[in-house]
Write a new protein. Structure first.
Length: 149
């Protein structure tokens, strides 16, 4: 006997298979009715942990910043009270340059003489004629007189 859907039917095939007795459904949690176990995630504990970690990270960052600020202040104050050897040597060179006569040599050739600052000041200010203007060149025309002829 064949139906239109292509297989034979027998009365034995339609009989229900015996099923095992299940009994009452057990509740696994308040959220499920006995299927897969679903637990409520511990959100409060998680956010409390994250909050404590954020506070600790901010506090440690502030502490490290303060440590570096304190260290840099002490380093700068130490450096300000004890001048370096380079600065002392440069000050000695500058003092020698400003207070002694000398020769200025460039690539082994004498190009000028050096005069102490105090003596140079006395020479310049001692002669008032040094402050007068030089005579103009022979063919120079003043800009105010350029259009006049």
């Amino acid at each position: 006997m064949s139906d239109t859907h292509g297989h034979a039917h027998s009365d034995d095939a339609h009989k229900a298979a015996p099923q095992a007795p299940v009994g009452e459904l057990r509740l696994v949690s308040a959220v499920t009715d006995g299927g897969h176990e679903i637990d409520i995630p511990p959100n409060r504990n998680l956010f409390a942990f994250l909050g404590v970690m954020v506070v600790l990270m901010i506090a440690s960052a502030i502490g490290i910043y303060q440590l570096f600020v304190t260290h840099s202040e002490s380093t700068l104050s130490d450096a300000a009270q004890i001048p370096s050897e380079q600065l002392e040597a440069q000050h000695a060179r500058d003092t020698n340059f400003a207070t002694t006569y000398g020769k200025v040599e460039v690539e082994g050739k004498l190009v000028a003489y050096r005069v102490p600052f105090a003596d140079a000041k006395a020479m310049v200010l001692g002669d008032a004629s040094r402050f007068t203007a030089a005579a103009p060149p022979a063919d120079w025309i003043h800009p105010d007189d350029a259009g006049k002829k």
